[in-house]
Design a protein. Structure first.
Length: 291
């Protein structure tokens, strides 16, 4: 978990900011800082889908809802009309990269009483998407067609129902991670310190999961390799194409292995069906179930 410690330490300062925490009475705040601040515009906006190839979002507090679209797309935050210009989201189209910040650079963001703002972003097909969120849920109910997806959260869950992407990387310090149907042409990587991972169905080249605490549940369609490292939590894999099968190698300190499909065993290696998917699981404490 390369980024988990950093996520835990930074909390609300996950997004780009520098400066000292200011304490006044019982309140404290941190000044937000980011480069090229003079190029950003405040408030809700629209943009043309063919003008953007990458979207970068840095958000402090509140949910982020993702939608797929084309043509003229909108980006809105809740309660924008009631916020000061400093408190409103700020955005800048830097070439073909759309950058969205939680507030104005230089604004003293309250830590103890941060105003939560719900962000809704319409995204064009095949855009690369990077999200850093300190506290808040990232969700998508409808199909997302993305390029590369990179998601970092300090606190708050992830719930994406349908996803097609070139590659996926998720780092989460706290909060459950849930995907419905996922199709990835490249690799699917998840690092989580606290909170389970659930994927209903997934096709990918390789899956790499590193979990400190929390269960891992995966529904496997077509995947070449799977590697799971878990300190604590049950691991459950469902082979949606059991005829392809899998070759499972386990290293465990405590916990049972329960393979509910016909298999051949050699030491700690299980061959199921044709053994097509290579699976390696290292677990300290927690049971392993394959069905």
């Amino acid at each position: 978990m390369k980024r988990i410690i950093a996520l835990l330490l930074t909390g609300l300062m996950l997004f780009t900011c520098v400066g000292c925490i200011t304490i006044t009475g019982l309140s404290c705040s941190v000044p937000v800082r980011y480069a090229n601040a003079d190029k950003y515009t405040a408030g809700n906006f629209t943009y043309e889908s063919d003008k953007v190839e990458k979207v970068e979002i840095e958000w402090a507090s509140g949910g982020i809802k993702l939608l797929n679209g084309k043509g003229t797309l909108s980006v809105t935050e809740s309660g924008s009309d009631e916020l000061s210009e400093d408190e409103q989201m700020h955005w800048w189209l830097d070439g073909k990269t759309l950058k969205i910040k939680f507030c104005k650079s230089g604004y003293n963001l309250p830590i103890t009483k941060t105003n939560k703002k719900e962000l809704t972003v319409e995204l064009p097909d095949f855009v690369d998407l990077e999200i850093d969120v300190a506290s808040g849920k990232v969700s998508a109910e409808n199909m997302l067609n993305l390029g590369k997806l990179k998601l970092e959260t300090a606190s708050g869950g992830t719930d994406i129902k349908f996803l097609s992407a070139k590659e996926v990387k998720v780092d989460s310090a706290s909060g459950g991670i849930a995907f419905g149907s996922v199709s990835v042409t490249g690799d699917f990587n998840v690092n989580t310190a606290s909170g389970g991972l659930t994927v209903d169905r997934i096709s990918a080249n390789e899956i790499d999961v590193d979990s400190a605490s929390g269960g891992v549940t995966l529904g496997i369609d077509t995947v070449e390799k799977i590697k799971i490292d878990s300190a604590s939590g049950a691991i459950k894999l469902k082979l949606n194409e059991p005829e392809r099968g899998a070759t499972l190698r386990c290293e465990k300190v405590s916990g049972s292995v329960n393979v509910k499909l016909p298999y051949e065993k050699d030491g700690e290696t299980y061959k199921i069906g044709l053994g097509a998917t290579e699976i390696k699981i290292e677990v300290v404490s927690g049971g392993i179930t394959i069905e």
